[in-house]
Write a new protein. Structure first.
Length: 204
């Protein structure tokens, strides 16, 4: 493992297998040999820096109205006027194709589960701050909620009978589900901002 800094740039191990959790960094006592190239430097990036990066990414995604665009492209009832063909006007094969694309996206949303684990299990010592307890529980709840909603849409894509006349009503549920996922993202973002404020206040 080679890690450290190249000027101001942080060097990190690159994990190729996204489906496998990376092994935890070894402790000094577990290292048989350690080589340090150049001068040993103090930690430059901490938990707050990581949380601020998360805020930056989440604000960009929320500002791009990602979930609203999903709703519009999918062709739900409220966005019918914005589409050449709404979902209920499509043939069965196109309905299945749209659901498969949505299903694939929902698997990607499962990353919220991985992010939640950091707060749920307090992988960073600073997260054990009692002042963060309520925020950690809220993030756990909101992203647990998102996990359930995503799983519901994944299941719907495989189980729904798109030939049945009532299948068009699924679009209402899909729209509400995606809207709730968007609200959950906003709730988590607010929690992270509050956590940053608490952690910075403790170090000032």
């Amino acid at each position: 493992m080679i890690t450290g800094y190249n000027g101001a740039k942080l060097l990190c191990p690159e994990y190729k297998g996204a489906q496998r959790p990376p092994k935890k960094a070894p402790k000094y006592a577990e290292l048989e040999t350690l080589y340090i190239f150049g001068r040993k430097t103090a930690l430059r990036y901490g938990l707050v820096d990581g949380l601020k990066r998360i805020v930056q990414v989440m604000e960009r995604n929320i500002g791009a109205n990602t979930w609203s665009i999903y709703i519009e492209i999918f062709g739900t009832l409220s966005s019918t006027s914005l589409n050449e063909k709404a979902f209920q006007d499509l043939d069965v094969e196109e309905k299945k194709a749209r659901m498969k694309r949505l299903q694939k996206s929902m698997w990607d949303v499962m990353n919220t589960h991985n992010f939640c684990e950091v707060f749920r299990h307090c992988y960073h010592d600073d997260l054990r701050n009692p002042a963060l307890d309520v925020l950690r529980k809220k993030i756990d709840y909101l992203y647990g909620y998102t996990h359930g909603l995503s799983a519901a849409l994944i299941t719907l894509a495989d189980q729904a009978d798109w030939k049945h006349y009532y299948a068009n009503n699924y679009t209402v549920m899909i729209e509400l589900t995606l809207s709730q996922i968007a609200k959950n993202d906003e709730g988590v973002l607010e929690c992270i901002k509050q956590a940053i404020a608490i952690l910075e206040d403790n170090t000032s």
